[in-house]
Write a protein that binds this ligand. Structure first.
Ligand code: F6P
Length: 331
């Protein structure tokens, strides 16, 4: 095993609040263990361009509370080719980087697996607001994103109440309904539409609304995950605007659609994202120092652990059924 003297760190894919806490922790842990750190700018695209900076303590000072990623992020198609992996490996050798910490989601981990197989020790840290990584109980950025959604939906409720309207709110999540379900519980929504549950509009959403109308309810919040209403629609052809028109037509309740979009990816990370991000960054450096490679840092039962990337990628994320039951029984 080659001795690790310099660690590279990069953030890839969609940014997530708390990525800076991870970077800061990687840098500070590495430096306090006598290692050098290089920050690779703009993810795998920056790696292919050989775009890296030396990171000393001042680089991460004042970053813990900042959203986004100080290293920048990107999605790179070129990297995911055999030529891309070879070029990345050659650039890492040129830059004197012996091992990599990569922060992102499943696409990022697939890249790390290919690099590990090419002989570069890599450790992945789950950073995505989507909460769609099966091997871990938590992904950095999720808590901040849910809090952002809750804050905005509370505001939408105020105006929905004043006008006796229904608000359909489309949230992010890629292929996962976790943001929608969490926000649904926290905002007292009448219905959530998530990809993990086959929603029958007539049976579920309209029935929930008509039950609520019968109980005297005059305003409604429905939270729909983009996985079932947006471009990646699997179950329906209606987008969120069309869904709002359909609900208005069926119920007679004036309905407005709000697509929250990228606002969910921004903002100061919550204490949870800072704390778990810091712990995962610290653990990743410890793993690389001990000779580990090709693994993903996980949070299991509130403890930081790790799993082989290949095994990790095979685990499908399922919705938390206790949360789903809670939502259904208290809505
Ligand atoms: O994976 C994070 C995420 O924000 C998803 O929730 C969303 O589907 C996607 O990224 C949006 O990607 P982009 O930033 O490329 O529009």
């Amino acid at each position: 095993m080659k001795e690790i003297k310099t660690i590279g760190v990069l953030t890839s894919g969609g940014d997530a609040p708390g990525m800076n806490a991870v970077i800061r922790s990687v840098v500070r842990t590495a430096l306090s263990n006598g290692l050098n750190v290089k920050g690779i700018c703009k993810g795998y695209a920056g790696l292919l361009a050989g775009d890296a900076i030396d990171m000393e303590l001042p680089c991460v000072s004042g970053t813990l509370q900042r959203g986004g990623t100080i290293l920048g992020s990107a999605r790179s198609k070129e990297f995911a080719t055999p030529e891309g992996i070879e070029k990345a490996k050659a650039n890492l050798i040129d830059m004197g980087i012996d091992a990599l910490v990569v922060c992102g989601g499943d696409g990022t981990f697939r890249g790390a697996m290919a690099l590990s197989e090419a002989g570069v020790p890599c450790v992945g840290i789950p950073c995505t607001i989507d909460h769609n990584i099966g091997c871990t109980d938590y992904t950095i950025g999720f808590d901040t994103a849910v809090n952002t959604v809750v804050e905005i939906v509370d505001k939408l409720r105020d105006t929905s109440q004043s006008h006796n309207r229904c608000s359909i709110v489309e949230v992010m999540g890629h292929n996962c309904g976790a943001i929608a379900l969490h926000a649904g519980i926290c905002c007292g929504a009448e219905a959530v539409i998530i990809p993990e549950v086959r929603n029958d509009l007539e049976r579920d959403v309209l029935k929930n609304m008509s039950e609520a109308l019968n109980k005297g309810k005059t305003h409604f919040i429905i939270i729909a995950s983009e996985g079932v209403t947006g471009e990646r629609a699997k179950q329906r052809t209606m987008d969120t605007q069309q869904l709002a028109a359909f609900i208005e037509e069926q119920t007679g309740v004036e309905t407005r659609a709000t697509v929250l979009g990228h606002v969910q990816r921004g903002g100061k990370p919550t204490a949870r994202d800072r704390r778990i991000g810091s712990m995962m960054g610290n653990y990743a450096v410890t793993l690389l120092k001990s000779g580990a490679s090709n693994c993903v840092v996980t949070l299991k039962k509130n403890r930081v652990d790790h799993k082989d990337i290949k095994d990790a990628l095979e685990i499908t994320k399922t919705i938390n059924y206790e949360e789903l039951r809670t939502f259904n029984e208290i809505r």
